[in-house]
Design a protein around this ligand. Structure first.
Ligand SMILES: *[C@@H]1O[C@H](CO)[C@@H](O)[C@H](O)[C@H]1NC(C)=O
Ligand SMILES: *[C@@H]1O[C@H](CO)[C@@H](O)[C@H](O)[C@H]1NC(C)=O
Ligand SMILES: *[C@@H]1O[C@H](CO)[C@@H](O)[C@H](O)[C@H]1NC(C)=O
Ligand SMILES: *[C@@H]1O[C@H](CO)[C@@H](O)[C@H](O)[C@H]1NC(C)=O
Ligand SMILES: *[C@@H]1O[C@H](CO)[C@@H](O)[C@H](O)[C@H]1NC(C)=O
Length: 275
């Protein structure tokens, strides 16, 4: 006892227990650090594989080349200062092809439109094209002084106007509208007060690009639900009609969402007969 050489068993057990606790806590911290590091790495490196895999579903494109054209738009840039023009090389690398009489635009009806275009091959939205489908639902940005792509900590849609995601969709929408030809369809939302909202991409970018040398008509499908508040006589739709190039015929039709859904799940029905 005097030299501290003998410890009663319960004291030894307590000491061993304390050492074990410290080791366990250290181990837990270590595992947490590893998991966080891996998650972070996955977050920053997830975009390219997704991009390439989605791109490869379209045959006849050099997806690595398209990725490079994409990356140069925002890598190393201030994520609040990426212009629409930064994506010009990307659009040139995977140009939109006109799909006359099948092109579908939409505003505030994303879900019902895509349910429809996924199940029926009648219409083509921007999100069904190579560039649109490759980047649909993704977030990305660069940072000054870095050659990496980030998918977290990026500015949100409304945080700043010139963020890489918003500028991409603006640029791609413009390019898609530039090739709009023949009879063009637009699905707008009848459950909101202003179905043709001046701040939407459809109003602020796409409609302005519609050109009567290529386009014969714009056919608005105003999707109605139980909560419908407006109809084809709404003043915002009159504004839409006025905005159109003279020579583009304008039509508007109110169509129940249930009718569109029924048509989606009924592949025998000819496309034109859906509304
Ligand atoms: C934004 O980027 C452009 C060129 O990419 C540059 O000339 C301009 O100075 C930048 N603006 C700011 C505020 O950083
Ligand atoms: C129209 O907009 C409302 C409100 O944002 C939404 O709840 C509804 O699902 C939209 N309708 C369609 C057909 O997408
Ligand atoms: C439509 O296209 C023609 C020929 O490309 C062009 O001269 C004209 O300015 C365009 N109109 C609009 C409204 O963009
Ligand atoms: C359209 O809605 C207005 C009110 O917003 C109503 O007065 C008008 O009767 C409606 N027209 C049709 C054809 O339902
Ligand atoms: C129709 O459009 C006008 C102007 O664009 C808007 O202010 C109005 O509230 C709209 N909706 C209805 C239900 O009248």
């Amino acid at each position: 006892m005097e030299h501290g050489e003998y410890r009663p068993p319960e004291k030894r057990r307590k000491r061993r227990c304390a050492i074990f606790s410290v080791v366990a806590v250290l181990l837990i911290i270590f595992i947490l650090v590893i998991v966080l590091a891996l998650t972070y790495r996955q977050n920053t490196e997830k975009l390219k594989p997704t991009f390439i895999a989605r791109c490869e579903e379209f045959k006849g494109y050099d997806c690595e080349k398209i990725w490079s054209a994409f990356e140069q738009a925002y890598v190393g840039q201030d994520p609040c200062n990426v212009s629409m023009g930064a994506y010009d090389p990307l659009i040139a690398a995977a140009p939109f092809r006109p799909a006359c009489n099948r092109m579908m635009f939409w505003s505030k009806t994303k879900k019902v439109v895509h349910d429809f275009t996924e199940k029926r091959d009648c219409f083509l939205t921007l999100e069904d094209t190579l560039l649109g489908s490759v980047l649909d639902g993704l977030t990305w940005c660069g940072k000054e002084g870095s050659s990496k792509t980030f998918t977290t900590g990026c500015p949100g849609w409304t945080d700043c106007n010139n963020n890489p995601v918003r500028s991409f969709w603006n640029r791609a929408s413009a390019a898609f509208a530039d090739v709009a030809c023949g009879d063009v369809t637009a699905m707008l939302n009848g459950s909101i007060i202003t179905p043709f909202s001046p701040t939407s991409i459809f109003a602020s970018i796409e409609v302005k690009r519609f050109n009567s040398t290529r386009m014969r008509s714009l056919n608005v499908v105003l999707v109605t639900q139980e909560s419908t508040v407006t109809n084809c006589t709404n003043a915002s739709l009159k504004d839409l009609q006025k905005e159109l190039d003279e020579g583009i015929k304008y039509n508007c039709k109110e169509v129940a969402e249930s009718q569109i859904q029924e048509c989606s799940s009924n592949p025998e029905k000819p496309c034109g007969a859906c509304w």
